[in-house]
Design a binder for this molecule. Structure first.
Ligand SMILES: [Fe+2]
Length: 314
């Protein structure tokens, strides 16, 4: 007997007497066999994530309009969520495991301090003069920078420049929701007190060196998450350009580097891997985040944010 034959012969819900089904429902019981194929899909995964493209050119005016329509005090985080239609817009997830949103901060505004169990990453899209503060240290946000907020660390954002600042947020919200483990606290002050000079974390961990008596098992300030919370684009860009000129460029990937936790060599955050990529012959910087079997790509300078369904190699 072929597999395909075996996969067609299970009983259906409507084959059962209504009285029996009602009795099961009253006792919070469900027969497995009518849904077995959905629970254990034959041969290939069932994927709800649809290949989706969000044009930055199209969403940018709407994001700026949100700045006029809703003051930051009424938003806390002024974000347009990139919602994948395959999951339903109300689920507000870009893919099965990742949430993405475009956040806007206008000059003079700040997004107040809070913390949550979800981990967050940010790729800065445009604008100068804003900062993110994480656990008492501020970092100035420049376009192209990769910034992380480890789970349960206090963080806030402020815009002290004279132009709007936009960044792409990526969080492991769907994964944490799956675990029923998502919650947040608001800080007592809008902006947290600065306790460390800007650049302290990068000085300690960002130069292929680490403080003595600190390793992945001992003394890491954020556990399994990277102790660097800001990876400057200036450095990433320099590496990509140098490699493009001096090393063999992969025909498929171009030059592609992964961000790492310097204490472990693994991903900066346990739940999301992140990359920066320069495609050969094309002036594109591609940010990629991967979580479980998901891939989302944000293409800077090229007006694209794309969520690819799992398993689809672009
Ligand atoms: Fe947050």
């Amino acid at each position: 007997m072929q597999d395909n034959d075996r996969f067609t012969t299970l009983g259906r819900l409507e084959d059962l007497p209504q009285s029996y089904r009602d009795e099961l429902t009253q006792l919070n019981l469900v027969p497995l066999w009518p849904s077995l194929r959905a629970v254990l899909p034959p041969h290939v995964p069932t994927r709800r994530t649809q290949a989706t493209h969000w044009s930055y050119q199209k969403l940018r005016p709407l994001l700026l309009q949100a700045g006029e329509l809703t003051p930051i005090e009424k938003a806390e985080r002024r974000v347009l969520v990139l919602a994948n239609p395959g999951h339903g817009l109300e689920k507000m997830q870009a893919s099965a495991a990742m949430y993405l949103g475009m956040q806007l901060l206008l000059p003079g505004e700040w997004a107040p301090s809070h913390r949550h169990t979800q981990s967050a990453l940010r790729f800065i899209v445009e604008g100068q003069g804003a900062y993110t503060a994480v656990d008492g240290e501020r970092t100035t946000m420049h376009p192209g920078d990769f910034i992380i907020t480890p789970s349960w660390t206090w963080h806030d954002h402020g815009c002290e420049g004279n132009e709007p600042v936009v960044w792409l947020d990526g969080l492991d919200i769907p994964m944490i929701r799956f675990l029923d483990a998502g919650f947040a606290e608001n800080g007592s002050a809008a902006s947290q007190i600065v306790t460390r000079a800007e650049g302290s974390s990068y000085a300690q961990y960002g130069h292929s060196m680490a403080p003595v008596r600190v390793d992945s098992q001992h003394g890491s300030p954020f556990g399994k998450t990277s102790p660097i919370f800001s990876y400057p684009y200036e450095r990433s860009r320099e590496a990509l350009h140098k490699l493009e000129q001096s090393a063999a460029v992969d025909a498929w990937d171009g030059v592609k580097l992964r961000y790492i936790n310097p204490l472990t060599g693994g991903s900066p955050m346990p739940t999301m891997a992140t990359f920066m990529q320069r495609l050969r012959g094309r002036p594109l910087i591609v940010w990629t985040s991967e979580s479980a079997a998901d891939t989302v790509r944000a293409v800077r300078f090229a007006d694209n944010v794309i969520a690819n369904p799992p398993g689809l190699r672009p």
